[in-house]
Design a protein around this ligand. Structure first.
Ligand SMILES: [Zn+2]
Length: 297
């Protein structure tokens, strides 16, 4: 089913990463720059993330002895440092997620480079090391993103979805490991109803929503793939939803032979196996197109 399978550490059947994007209210100020500061009720729901959900999530990770990856816009690190301090203290990875959740494909190359660098500086001064990984806010990578990440020394990206296992993003300036994601494992579609930004979805009961995650996991376990959930503390960290996540973690542990890892560990493992000739990943060359696709009549 999966053409090129990695050899996961210790003979594991699949790799698993529960990534959490702690966006808080950053995206609101990008969507509605003039009025977002007055959306008190929405902001309060977003702040549930750093204030209530993150401590709960970290408690679960301590209980199961898991080290995972959090993607945090740098502005959120500055606004909600207590939540990020707690993540770093517990040994979790902090990945770059824009400065204030800006869309890379709506920035000029110069602006994108500026905000990327500014975010790196915040993470480096806060965590003591540069970020190794990047996830484009809203999955809005630009044609310049891979080049800029390579120039800044990033080892991986986790915004795209062209395979079931790690693959290589190649541009003129070098390459980058891609740790693929897809909307099916993002918690916004089953859980978020936010009319303020015109995002309206029927909210699913947690027992229903978690089925998607479990079925996707079962498939990756059977076929040797990489399972990456894209969750958000204020979304999946609510009590009933997080109870289901805990049950899923227990289910994975009981099933056995699962490698739970931070994304930087998965990227490093992929590089090592490539260097040793154990894994020959798909290579995707960027950009896909040099300009708009036009069809002549
Ligand atoms: Zn985000």
């Amino acid at each position: 089913m999966i053409a090129k399978k990695p050899a996961w550490p210790n003979g594991a059947k699949c790799a698993v990463a529960f990534t959490l994007d702690m966006d808080v209210d950053s995206f609101l100020h990008i969507e509605q720059p003039k009025t977002a500061h007055e959306l008190l009720c929405t902001i309060s729901n977003c702040r549930y993330g750093p204030d209530v959900a993150v401590p709960r999530i970290l408690e679960t990770y301590r209980k199961y002895n898991l080290k995972q990856t959090f993607f945090v816009p740098a502005w959120c690190i500055e606004q909600y440092p207590y939540a990020v301090e707690a993540m770093v203290k517990d040994g979790h990875e902090i990945g770059h997620h824009g400065y204030i959740h800006e869309a890379q494909n709506e920035c000029s190359r110069e602006d994108e480079a500026y905000w990327l660098k500014r975010g790196i500086d915040v993470i480096e001064s806060f965590c003591g090391e540069k970020p190794r990984g990047f996830r484009a806010p809203l999955y809005h990578s630009s044609n310049n993103t891979a080049d800029l990440l390579i120039a800044e020394g990033f080892t991986y990206d986790s915004s795209m979805g062209q395979d079931d296992v790690p693959y290589l993003l190649k541009s003129d300036t070098g390459d980058l490991i891609e740790l693929p994601i897809h909307w099916g494992l993002d918690d916004w579609p089953p859980y978020v109803h936010m009319p303020e930004i015109d995002y309206k979805m029927p909210v699913k009961p947690p027992s229903e929503a978690i089925k998607t995650y479990r079925e996707e996991f079962d498939a990756m376990w059977e076929h040797g793939g990489l399972w990456i959930a894209v969750c958000h503390p204020f979304v999946s960290g609510r009590v009933a939803r997080w109870m289901e996540v805990e049950k899923l973690i227990q289910y994975m542990i009981d099933k056995g032979d699962v490698w739970f890892a931070r994304l930087d560990e998965i990227a490093a493992h992929t590089r090592r196996d490539m260097a040793e000739g154990i894994f020959d990943p798909r290579v995707v060359e960027l950009p896909y197109y040099d300009g708009p696709v036009t069809i002549q009549r």
